[in-house]
Structures are given as C-alpha cells and as structure tokens.
Design a protein around this ligand. Structure first.
Ligand code: ADP
Ligand code: ZN
Ligand code: ZN
Length: 798
C-alpha cells in the first residue's frame, strides 16, 4: 500500500503531496491518520490524505515511520474539506489540517540530539542519553551542540510527544475465585482490620469488581496503602483506565429543562426545518427572529428531531460568554449526549471532548467557531446561532468563515443548515431575498412580552452626573430608580481599561505603543499603560515622558473608569465588571454571570461581551454608555455593527414579567443606525443599508478580497504592494475595482507596516488562479521579510 501524505514542513509551506510506502506493521493506517515520515535528513509529522495500491515511483519510496494515534484524528470528510477550504481561503492544506485538531495535538514533536560518533558519546553533555534540545538553556551546551552538528558528530531526531495527556484513574480487578478469597480471609490475623475490610468487600461485592480506587476506598473503608499491599500479595490487580474530564461537571445541578409549547410562528419555522431533516435536503435557512422570539427553542426542537432520525447535530455559538446559558439549555435537554468545544476549556478538557466526539460517544456538539471542524460524523443538522457575529470569521491564517465551512458540510452530509439571528448579516439577508437561503421569520416575542422602550440620550445637550463626562443625570437617575425597586441593570461600554489617552497639555505628546500605531490605555488597577493590540505595558507616568511636564491628562473612558464613577455616585452599589481584564481566568465568565443571576450584584457593567444571549429576568434597564465607539470605525460595515450591537444589547432588558427600558447615550442621535436601532426595525435598516452599500460598491453587491503586505521596512511593503497591484491590473477585468495600495488605518502593528489592496468584483474568471500565484510567490519573498496575506471576503477592511 502507498500513502499520500501532506507533510508539515514548517518553514516552507506547500500543498505538494508526498508518497510513502506503508510497511507491513503499519497496515492499519487510514485516510486522516497522523503519521511520521522521513523527509530528507529529518523526521516530520504529516497527514495521510489518500491511500492507493500503486505509485509510479513504486520501489523507490521510503517507508512511513509511525502512525501516531490509535484512531485517525481526522475523518475522510475533514480530509476532503481541507482541500476545498485551502483553495477557498488561499491557505495551505497543512494549516487547515492542523486547525482541525485540538490545540494539544498540533505541534507535538520534540527535537532530540543524539550522538553519532564514539567521541561524542563520551561527552558529559549526553551522559548516556539523548539531549532534549527544546529544553536546553545553557549557552555553553548550546554552542557545543551546534559544533557537534556542524561536524556530523551528532544529529537531530524528532520525537513524537503527545502533550495531550490522557487522564487516568486506578482500577482494581480480582485475580482469584470467591472461595479463594474466603480462605484468605479465614487466615488473616484478626487485628489486620483494613485487610479484613477489603477482603469482606471483595467477597460481598464479588460481581461489582473491577472497582475504581475512589469507590473502593470509600466502600471498603480502606486506604491506598492497603490496596498497594493487596496488589503485592496478588489479591488484586491494578490497572490505569482512561477517564474523561467533564467540562460540564458544574452544570448538572442547574435548572431543569423548561417545557414549552411552540407558538404558531415557531411551529411553522420548525416544520420547514423538520422536512429538510427528514428528506436530507442541504437547504440553508435564515431564521430571522427578534430578540426573545424563541429561536433557541426552535433549534432545540430541531436537534431532537435530528437525533430521532438517528443522525447527529452540530450547533455553533459565537463567543464563550454566550455559552454558559446556551450550554445549560442544551445540556438540560440532551444530557450526556452533549459535547462542548470552545477555547474556555482547559487543553485537557478540550482534548477529551474532542475524542468523545471522534469516537461517536457524543451526538450533539455545541461550540464556538473552530467547532465547525468537529469530527462528528453522520451530521443531520447544523445550527449557527447569532450568525451575523464577526467572531465566526478567523482573522488569522487560515482566514475562514465558519458559515462557509458549515455550508460545505451541509452539502457533504445532505443536511439542513439553520442560520439564526435577530439582526442577520446583510449578506445572509440578501441571499435570503434572492431565494438562495429560505427565510423563516419570528416577529413576536415568545412569551408575549413587549419589546423594551428605547430612548436616545443626546450627549450634546445633557447634564452630566458627577465630574466626568460619561454618565448623564438621566441615566444615573434611571439606575437609582431600579436599585430602589431591587431590579437589576446591564450597562455596556465597548472599551476596557480606565482611559485610552495620555495627553500632555504642555507639549501635546500622546503616549503611544512603541510597536504599534496605537495610543496606550491606562489600567488603574494594575498601575500600567497597556497596548490593547500587542500587550506592551509600562508604568503609568507621573510626568510627560517627552517634556517632563506634570500637566498631563488622561482622556477618554473605559469600563474601569465608569465603575469608579458609579461607585462614587451610588454609594454601596454592587457592580460586576465583565471585560477581557476580568475574564482571563478559566471559569470566570460563568462565575460572574452566576453571581449576577443570583442577584449578588445590582449592575453588570461590561464590553460588548455582555450584549448578546444573556437572559436575566430581573434586568429591567439596559444602558449604553456610548453608542459611538463602533460608529466611526473606518470600515464599510461600521453601521451594521452598531445597529447590531445596540439591538442585541437592548434585547437584554425586560425579558420576563417586568417591562424593560433601554437608554442609549450618543453624540450622534440622528445617525440612521442608531435611530433604527431605537425602533428595533431590522427590515428598515436592511433596506437603508443596502442602498448605502449599493452606492458605495460594497458587499453584498460586490465580492471582496483584501490583500495585505507587511514588512518591518515600510518602503519594502509599499513596493511589493504596488507590484501586486500592477499584476492584478494587467490580468483582471476592467470593471473590477482595485483600490490601493494604501497604508492600512492602523499602519503599524507589532512593528510591522501594512499596505493593503482591496479588490471588488462581480465576476472574475482569473482572480482565483491569480491569487494562488500571488500566494505561492509570497512564499518566495518571505525570506526578504515580506509577508503577504490574502483575505477572501474580509469581515473588516481597515
Ligand atoms: P431568542 O433566542 O430568540 O432571543 P429565546 O429562545 O431565548 O429567544 O426565548 C426567550 C424566552 O422565551 C426564553 O425564556 C424562552 O424560554 C421563552 N420561550 C421560548 N419559546 C416559548 C414559547 N413557545 N412559549 C413560552 N415561552 C417561550
Ligand atoms: Zn509634554
Ligand atoms: Zn502595541
């Protein structure tokens, strides 16, 4: 047998497939197996993407060295997907294959230095063992290692190292007959109490064995020492068995599954989806339903239907912050069938959940973006909740959109895809308009609650409470009113930290990140100025770093500052803050949300991570501190993002018996995105925004591709960008619009200068192959410190 392998050549990526002979002892290799292969003098990891009987190079092929996993980590479906997706997103297949695996399984080989010559073997460096180069820190030893390599006295070997540790527990098996144990018991000294207890337990519960150590210790009332002694005496046999880490362990005690009867709109939507499930149609549905219209209930019913048909379901949710409540609901309904995949899990948990799916032990998968690659087979339904969310697009290589991958998998599996949102992305809504997707609408709140009253506060004409310019008197009064009624408040400010500008009033100096073209944000709690892009920090200055003047001011605002202001204005108020800074630790999201749900706080103050999906019945007021943060971002979809954010956050108010109110503070009260968010009129916003996009030749009227060139040397980046532009102009249709190259809005990030070209086109036969050529030549120019990135259908163009 011959294996076709994509080899992980880190330095130079290529989609070339290499062939290897499969030796007799590795005949269990499959498509999707992770393998080790000889590659030149090295041993590298790769993935088997095909198997065949013959090859034109037969007899000259090298042998596969190793099949890494017991079960191939990738399914044939995923292997095939990797090829199509690499083509679509201008990435290399190896990046896609690795993206499909849980993080722990991606880079997992170590470099080991082994001595070759007799002289080398005598060196104290080796002390009889190979040396782990990854762990080498001693400068002298590193120099010696280099010398040995140069003189061919040692060589580097790659070792597979599975950093993903399986969790095990001890299990004890019996090794004698019951009668035998009775005989032993009779001969054990009466004062050997523990041994007697153990033997009694064995005789009494003979059929209940093998037993886990924890169980055994509890039930027989013995300790580890007794068990160890019993093993020595050959009464018991000990073995390690694998156990799964359960990321949902804390969820079990949560509320029981609510039973609801679907209303007419929900029933109508569900029946269309059900038909597609039964008939295995790869139809895409757009479920457009206002916040609180009961979309979740429709998903859950559709998943039940899928399971009843004997197929499995995949459900994507945008961000981890949304997951606790959604996961709770899914878990309440489907129990042990559920697996969860998102970056908030520990590596071990992720690895275990992933393997449960791969082994067919979980039938419902809920997860964030990368869960779209879950190795789930026999998929009968895919759901993408909040389909408009930008987090479904990966901003780094491979720049894929989970929606595109889901569509591919729906075709492959012959199953429907349901995209749900209160504010669908313009592209999806336009496709529904054209009939490419089927539009299903939920126009009423499921529990008959009215939408909250939304009021706009014009910050140009208000009195501010306190000495700062963040909180209007009106908003603070409304908060006081709720606190008096023991109701709760959600406040959103899409900016973390304390102040995002240090300005010198003497010389005008603004403190910026030395690596990026961005001002540093003050973080009062840590005493640091921080770059929110690259993480650079330095202490908060007392004087201007440029002119030493003491007249420095910290301008702008952030969640930390607003928290401090509120605590001053409302003494005794209990505030929970939720932003990147308070949610770094695993489990902190759930902790904050649980505490708020238990009314341990009056106000939940946070960035956009609190805008979506949360369902707290006692929240009757939502305040937006500034609607303007997302409005003037220089990007074609800034209005869409603003409308979406305001509508989503408004939906958090008044979800139960009590009616809700929303107050939006803004300096742009007349902007259409804000006005239409006030009336929560998605359809009108859609109509208006589509005209704006049409006039500006923007998506969804045009397809777009963004090409970025980055270099430490600004001139080199610009030159290469112009070269690419000339190449495009020569080969593309005259009606295709090619904009740029221009320095991107933030022209320098992490010490790299960026130049961008935007291609807008309607039909373009040559573009795909041209971009692939550009992608391949990008490999060549990497050595000159130039990086070229191609983003197909970018979510933002800044
Ligand atoms: P969405 O996801 O559309 O914002 P949810 O699915 O969260 O809305 O539903 C909002 C609330 O309405 C939830 O508390 C849910 O339990 C409830 N709900 C959903 N469907 C029904 C129904 N048919 N009858 C009564 N309550 C419902
Ligand atoms: Zn100064
Ligand atoms: Zn920076």
């Amino acid at each position: 047998m011959i294996a076709q392998v994509i080899v992980d050549i880190a330095a130079k990526q290529t989609d070339r497939i290499f062939e290897y002979h499969v030796p007799d002892e590795l005949q269990d290799v499959e498509v999707g197996s992770r393998v080790f292969v000889p590659f030149g003098p090295r041993k590298l990891q790769g993935f088997v993407v095909g198997l065949s009987e013959t090859s034109q190079f037969q007899g000259k092929l090298k042998d596969l060295l190793l099949v890494v996993d017991e079960m191939p980590p990738l399914t044939p479906e995923l292997v095939q997907l990797s090829a199509d997706l690499a083509d679509h997103v201008f990435s290399y297949r190896i990046s896609i294959l690795k993206t499909m695996l849980p993080r722990v399984m991606r880079a997992n080989y170590r470099k080991i230095l082994t001595p070759l010559t007799e002289k080398a073997k005598q060196l104290p460096l080796f002390q009889g063992d190979p040396v782990d180069l990854n762990k080498m820190t001693d400068v002298k030893q590193i120099a010696l290692a280099r010398k040995l390599l140069r003189h061919d006295e040692a060589k580097i070997e790659y070792l597979v190292e599975n950093r993903a540790k399986k969790k095990t527990e001890n299990e004890y098996q019996l090794c004698q007959s019951k009668a035998e144990y009775e005989k032993i018991l009779a001969s054990v000294r009466p004062n050997a109490v523990n041994q007697r207890h153990l033997l009694q337990d064995i005789i009494q519960h003979y059929d209940a064995y093998p037993k886990r150590q924890v169980e055994l210790e509890k039930e027989a009332g013995v300790n580890t020492a007794t068990l160890t002694a019993a093993v020595k005496k050959k009464w018991l046999k000990k073995q390690a068995v694998e156990v799964y880490r359960d990321p949902l362990a804390g969820f079990d005690e949560d509320q029981p599954d609510k039973k609801v009867t679907l209303n007419d709109e929900q029933t109508a939507a569900l029946s269309k989806i059900t038909t597609a499930i039964e008939e295995k149609q790869d139809q895409t549905f757009l479920l457009e339903g206002i916040t609180g219209s009961g979309k979740t209930e429709v998903y859950l019913h559709a998943i039940s239907k899928t399971l009843a048909e004997g197929r499995n379901a995949l459900m994507l949710v945008p961000e981890i912050s949304l997951t606790p409540q959604m996961v709770r609901q899914v878990k309440a309904r489907f129990g042990g069938e559920v697996a969860v995949l998102h970056s908030g899990l520990s590596e071990g948990e992720l690895y275990d959940e992933w393997r449960r799916i791969r082994r067919g032990e979980a039938r419902v998968v809920v997860g964030a973006r990368s869960a779209v690659f879950a190795p789930l087979d026999n998929i009968g339904l895919i759901v993408i909740d909040e389909e408009h969310e930008s987090s479904y697009k990966q901003e780094d290589n491979p720049r894929y959109h989970a929606r595109d991958v889901a569509i591919w998998r729906s075709h492959y599996n012959h199953c429907p895809l349901v995209l749900g949102s209160a504010t669908p992305s313009l592209g999806s809504r336009a496709r529904a308009q054209k009939g490419v997707y089927e539009l299903l609408r939920l126009t009423k709140r499921a529990n008959q609650k009215k939408l909250p009253e939304v009021k706009i506060i014009d910050l140009k004409h208000v009195q501010f409470a306190g000495g700062q310019f963040d909180l209007s008197v009106e908003l603070v009064d409304a908060i006081k009113d709720r606190l008096a009624k023991k109701e709760q408040v959600i406040l959103m400010l899409n900016r973390r930290g304390f102040a995002n500008f240090m300005l010198c009033r003497e010389c005008g100096y603004v403190m910026k990140c030395p690596n990026c073209d961005l001002s540093l944000t003050m973080h009062k709690d840590t005493g640091m100025m921080q770059c929110h892009y690259c993480g650079y920090t330095e202490p908060i200055p007392q004087r201007c770093p440029q002119c030493q003047s003491e007249h420095i001011r910290f301008l702008g605002t952030g969640t930390q500052k607003v928290q401090e202001e509120l605590e001053e204005l409302l003494p005794g108020v209990r505030i929970l803050r939720m932003d990147v800074d308070t949610t770094r630790r695993k489990g902190s999201y759930k902790k904050i949300l649980d505490a708020f749900g238990n009314h341990e706080a009056d106000i939940l103050l946070g960035t956009q991570m609190i805008a979506k999906g949360l369902d707290f019945p006692n929240v009757t007021l939502v305040g937006v501190i500034s609607a303007d943060t997302s409005l003037w971002v220089p990007d074609y979809n800034s209005s869409e993002r603003t409308f979406e954010l305001l509508t989503q956050v408004s939906g958090r108010a008044g979800r139960a018996e009590k009616t809700g109110e929303v107050l939006i503070q803004t300096y742009n009260p007349d902007h259409y995105a804000i006005k239409l968010a006030q009336s929560q009129d998605y359809e009108r916003f859609y109509g208006y925004e589509m005209r704006v996009r049409h006039a500006g030749n923007y998506p969804p009227y045009f397809y777009t591709v963004l090409i970025s060139v980055a270099s430490k040397n600004e001139q080199h980046a610009a030159q290469e960008a112009f070269r690419i532009k000339r190449r495009l102009t020569r080969n593309l249709h005259p009606e295709t619009i090619i904009l740029g190259p221009t320095p991107s809005a933030i022209s320098r990030l992490k010490n790299q200068y960026y130049y961008q070209i935007l291609v807008k086109y309607k039909k373009e036969m040559n573009l795909n192959s041209l971009l692939h050529q550009i992608q391949y030549s990008a490999q060549e120019i990497k050595k000159y410190g130039l990086n070229v990135y191609i983003d197909n259908e970018p979510e933002r163009i800044i």
